[in-house]
Design a protein around this ligand. Sequence first.
Ligand code: AMP
Length: 169
Amino acid sequence: MIEDYIRDIPDFPKEGILFKDITPLLADPDGLRQAIDALADLVDPSEYDTIVGIESRGFIFGTALAYKLNKGFIPVRKPGKLPSATASVTYDLEYGSDTLEIHLDALQPGERVLILDDLLATGGTIEACIQLIKQVNAVAVGAAFVLELGFLNGRARMGDVPAHTLVLA
Ligand code: AMP
């Protein structure tokens, strides 16, 4: 079971957070293969043209899935990392704010995108990413996650974009 490879680290990165550590899943050949195969089964590849992954754990699952499904991969990054012209979205965190960026020419108008991240918590990150994709005139047709913290109801911030998750915690 995929959840058997994910460990809980209490009070990381700060007190009161139960951090879901996916590094044991990545380190195990069977776990990693199961996770990528299961993600591939969650979604219909004919419904999207390309995969967008959110830095940094979305890169790991996103590129592996893109390879398996013969899609391209586009990184959404933290500010100042992408070398060419970017679009950006700034969103609120519990304390302060964060920014996500994408290359302006990474997606064609109307291109259909599947977004990948490791975990859906409050939904702030995915909401910002959906906004970013809209900003460049592409279409987020779905988002896939290895883990969802269901009690935080992150789906409520995704509008009509469906969430596909492997493990509900
Ligand atoms: P959110 O914006 O609240 O949905 O948080 C999602 C992002 O924060 C994802 O990119 C996760 O990698 C990370 N994250 C949030 N909460 C946790 C947690 N409890 N354990 C591991 N990662 C988390």
